[in-house]
Design a binder for this molecule. Sequence first.
Ligand SMILES: [Zn+2]
Length: 79
Amino acid sequence: MRNDDPGAESDADAAPAHCSRTGCRVPATWALRWNNPRLHTPDRRKTWLACDEHRAYLADFLDRRGFLRATEPFTPPED
Ligand SMILES: [Zn+2]
């Protein structure tokens, strides 16, 4: 198991398309792109998905640590 994320574990391509906030199962509508310069090369991007309610919470969490690089709209893949 990798353990280099400060919180949620999911990458967009490896997890169901729901919010990364612990305990939240709401489908994601935002993708937060982030990078931890102590762990990642500068062009690396980790992704947290977020619902409307938790986008600000998760973005703030990352921004406080200087990790947040971009917030992008996210459209869940359709079955
Ligand atoms: Zn949420």
